[in-house]
Ligand binder design. Sequence first.
Ligand code: CA
Length: 250
Amino acid sequence: MSNKKDQSSSADNNQERMRKQRRIVVVSSLLVLVLIASIFVMIFKDQMANGTKPEKKQATHRTEQKVAINYQGQPFTGSSNAPVRIVEFADYRCPYCKLFEESVVPRLQKDYIQTNKASFYYMNYTILGPGSVLAANASEEVYHQNPKAFWSFHTALFNAQGDEKKEWVTKALLTRIAQKTVPSLDIKAFENALDTESHKNQINSDNQMAEDLGVQGTPTVFVNGKMIKNGLDYDVLRDAINQALKKQNH
Ligand code: CA
């Protein structure tokens, strides 16, 4: 009996040992699998990081790069020799641009433009849809036909601004305003310019410049190439212009 018992206990021991060995094999296989998986995750993470690096670099490069404003071929008012150049990037459909036109521009005119201290440039940043582009195209066409009439068209267009949520910019409205404000308007050429978007390149290059300069919204104002935060606040803008004038005098 005892022998039989010993035999069976030795068989039990053998079975136990084999079970243990099997467990060790299973655990080590699992460990190897986990190790392989972690290596894959590490490689994948590295690739992801590498994949995003160029974009990040580009962004840093863009902010580090100093972009100059190209004033060539842009409508302006005031003396071309004025020591300070003010630029507004705007959209004819933007309510804050209308506010800037009505509350800030007249004060700029009186304090700086009419006194030959500053010139004022209008550049497009068409961010509010097809109506914005159509309006910008009309104003570029007016400037193309009659540069002197640009500002009266521009002001009348802001005066006619409708509800931002509705598409109020139409070919008929633009033509009516142009007929009223531009002496000897070539209506056929004007309508053709709207139909064919003939100033698309000029508008695209305005928009591109705004983006390169880091313009985030409209209106955005620059004073001698420097972006003014909250340029809609006349006190802020006045301080920036006075500082730029001081710099010119030294
Ligand atoms: Ca332009």
